[in-house]
Design a protein. Structure first.
Length: 193
């Protein structure tokens, strides 16, 4: 009987040792990449914004990936998801800020017939000072607001508009504000034609 008891005890010890050894092997396999530094790089999330640079116009800005961009002629359009906000970016060769502002104001007043100017004064496009004005009025979609911004550099005059509902959502307003803050105006590069 004592011999059988010794065999049983030996089997238990071997079983326990095998279990501990198996646990160490599993831990070694799992922890080896961390210890050796061979772990794969973490997956990178897609950036939340898209960068837009048009060197020929001396214009660059960033916008949320969820906004859709299109181009018609020399005008860049940005539309928010659901169409709650529309931005346009245009430039005119030469220095004509007064003429560009007058044309932009007439165009927006015609869209918001009858468009009423609710503010006219200084503003910002990125780090630069700009002439701005704000209108309210009606369209087929209802009450809307329009913000016009005009800035003049040594090379071009830029016009940016923002059209929204009369009371845009805070999210859309924040996104539009960030887009405007990201705008950079530089010396246009010569076209490679």
């Amino acid at each position: 009987m004592p011999q059988r008891s010794n065999e049983l005890l030996t089997r238990r010890r071997l079983g326990g040792a095998a279990l501990v050894l198996a646990g160490l092997v599993v831990a070694g396999v799992v922890l080896w990449p961390v210890i050796s530094g061979d772990d794969p790089p973490p997956a990178r999330a897609a950036p939340a914004v898209r960068l837009v640079a048009i060197p020929e116009l001396g214009l660059a800005f960033a916008h949320p990936r969820t906004w859709k961009r299109s181009v018609k002629g020399r005008v860049i359009y940005l539309r928010s998801p659901g169409g709650g906000a529309l931005m346009t970016f245009a430039s005119v060769a030469g220095r004509r800020p007064k003429q560009v502002k007058a044309v932009l104001r007439r165009t927006l007043r015609a869209r918001l017939d009858p468009g009423t100017v609710v503010r006219d004064g200084p503003g910002r496009i990125g780090p630069r000072s700009a002439e701005t004005f704000e209108l309210t009025g009606k369209t087929a979609a209802g009450q809307e607001r329009a913000l016009g911004l005009v800035e003049n550099t040594a090379h071009r005059t830029y016009a940016i508009t923002l059209l929204t509902a009369a009371r845009p959502s805070r999210k859309r307003l924040l996104e539009a504000t960030r887009i405007l803050a990201s705008v950079r105006l530089t010396k246009p590069l010569a076209s490679k034609r």
